[in-house]
Design a binder for this molecule. Structure first.
Ligand code: SAH
Ligand code: MG
Length: 194
């Protein structure tokens, strides 16, 4: 099992796939246990690494996860089979903006396109249970969000940084949620529905 996890990490690093950082995964899996989370919607599967880690940490957890990239999706299908988690992890191959779900989840994990988080949040809000929680990854975007001088960044990076800052303001000003920003992994936002 440990070796299989290591294999996923190596595959991701070799192929430039941005899976969650180790301390982020540890935090997330402990969070699931501590808060008795039983259902997760994940936006951004990549190769299934975080979904698999969450399912392994909580034996009765169910995960629905969305990925739009075919190669990554197929890799995720393979990996989830390898861990025998087909019955607890449901993969959806589509752009999240084309996905409409009626199920409600304890936790929604946003880990897809970093510039689109406000739109993901608004699209899937109806799928959050009362008193549920959104967790958003990559709030630091490799430390660039905290960088004051954006003049040396490429236009596209600067655009993403601006969008993440807008998302921070959006969360801070959102009266329906209480958000805590934590400096673990690449930065996480924990937004509890009031
Ligand atoms: N959660 C994964 C990493 C996800 S990387 C892990 O930690 O193991 C982000 C993924 O989101 C990429 O594979 C990308 O293809 C996907 N993505 C980005 N925008 C998306 C969208 N609109 N719909 C579905 N998937 C999207
Ligand atoms: Mg991430």
């Amino acid at each position: 099992m440990e070796e299989d996890i290591k294999e996923l990490e190596d595959y991701a690093h070799l192929n430039g796939i941005p899976i969650m950082e180790k301390d982020g995964i540890i935090y997330l899996t402990n969070f699931l246990k501590k808060n008795s989370i039983k259902s997760v919607l994940e936006v951004g599967t990549a190769i299934g690494y975080s979904a698999i880690q969450m399912a392994l940490a909580v034996p009765d957890l169910k995960v629905v996860t969305i990925e739009r990239d075919e190669e990554r999706y197929l890799e995720a299908v393979k990996n989830i089979k390898k861990f025998h988690l087909e019955d607890r992890i449901t993969l959806i191959f589509n752009d999240a903006f084309n996905v409409s779900l009626s199920d409600k989840f304890d936790l929604i994990f946003l880990d897809a396109a970093k510039a689109q988080n406000i739109r993901f949040f608004e699209r899937f809000e109806k799928n959050l249970k009362p008193k549920g929680v959104f967790i958003t990854d990559n709030m630091h975007f490799h430390g660039l969000v905290q960088e004051e001088d954006t003049s040396k960044m490429s236009r596209s990076v600067r655009g993403i940084v601006r969008k993440i800052r807008e998302y921070i303001t959006f969360l801070e000003e959102n009266e329906d949620y209480k958000t805590e920003f934590i400096s673990i992994g690449d930065g996480l936002a924990i937004s509890w529905k009031k």
